[in-house]
Design a protein around this ligand. Structure first.
Ligand SMILES: [Zn+2]
Length: 305
């Protein structure tokens, strides 16, 4: 895939800092993975290790670039959450590695993905390295939610500035990569962002979402849970809840002029669906069939009162 348009300015800005020697030692890449935040962070790491960084990215030719592409650059480190958390041992190990001399003679670069998952002990362990980084060390902290990162960490990182695409730009970008006959951006809140939406379009997932939407609309209007929602695959439950949320939001937009009291109730109900979605990640064994049934009944009662 070509460079994602909303990544280009960040890459150019970062490359310029590298070439001018004004580059910091720690950066916060606060771009959601649904917008390609993971890919962008990788691109920046590769750029920092490259011997001839260009404004469009790493050269791809030099030895560090080749080692990086082969997944065997000895001075490149990655930390990912172990389960839901990044633990202190992972950070201690990383900080230890960063004190060693770079084997390729250039920088040592580390990425921490989903830095909002650093637990308190891990964040504290990282502080020291952020305050006194070794020479030629670069830390890239990617996060989906910059607001959830502890302030002591984010205040010690430089920010990379970017502008996310609007809905029209997203639709246009998707169009370049996938043939579209309709507006597909309705499900962006389910996806987290355009790059995830693109992979959904290229797999079965998008068609499944459309199907879920249809089933919910039917179930809400008939008052009976559709057969395919009762027999839903466990893996689809979280998508089903998010799609129900979108269907309810859509109803609110469509009936703006309707009874304000009913609208307020639908809005509360939509919030409840979202709460259930968040609870689902903590309680994977919840009886979703019973919950779906109760949602249908609750929706019926909202419109009657
Ligand atoms: Zn290179």
């Amino acid at each position: 895939m070509n460079v994602i348009p909303w990544h280009q300015a960040v890459i150019a800005q970062f490359s310029q800092q590298l070439n001018s020697g004004l580059q910091g030692h720690a950066y916060l890449v606060g771009m959601h993975q649904g917008y390609g935040g993971i890919e962008l962070t990788q691109t920046l790491a590769k750029l920092a290790l490259c011997l001839s960084p260009e404004s469009t990215g790493a050269c791809g030719q030099c030895k560090p670039c080749q080692l990086f592409a082969a997944g065997s650059h000895p001075d490149f480190y990655v930390v990912e959450a172990d389960g839901n958390q990044i633990k202190v041992d992972q950070i201690r190990e990383l900080c230890q590695s960063l004190t060693a001399t770079a084997q390729q003679g250039g920088k040592r670069v580390a990425i921490i993905y989903h830095a909002e998952r650093l637990n308190t002990a891990a964040a504290n362990a990282l502080l020291k390295t952020l305050e006194e980084p070794g020479k030629d060390t670069l830390l890239l902290l990617q996060t989906d939610t910059p607001g959830r990162l502890v302030a002591t960490i984010s205040s010690r990182c430089q920010r990379l500035h970017f502008k996310l695409p609007n809905i029209a730009e997203i639709q246009q970008w998707l169009q370049q990569h996938h043939q579209l006959s309709a507006d597909v951006t309705w499900c962006l809140p389910v996806m987290g962002g355009p790059t995830e939406l693109l992979s959904a379009l290229q797999s079965e997932r998008y068609a499944d979402l459309i199907h879920l939407r249809k089933q919910w609309v039917q179930s809400l209007s008939s008052g009976h849970l559709c057969a395919s929602l009762s027999n839903i695959d466990q893996k689809q439950v979280s998508d089903a809840l998010k799609v129900l949320y979108l269907v309810l939001r859509q109803k609110l937009i469509k009936q703006k002029s309707a009874d304000a009291l009913i609208n307020a109730k639908i809005s509360d109900f939509a919030a409840k669906v979202m709460t259930t979605y968040h609870e689902l990640s903590m309680m994977p064994n919840m009886n979703y069939m019973a919950i779906f049934q109760s949602f249908i009944l609750e929706y019926q009662s909202l419109n009657k009162s």
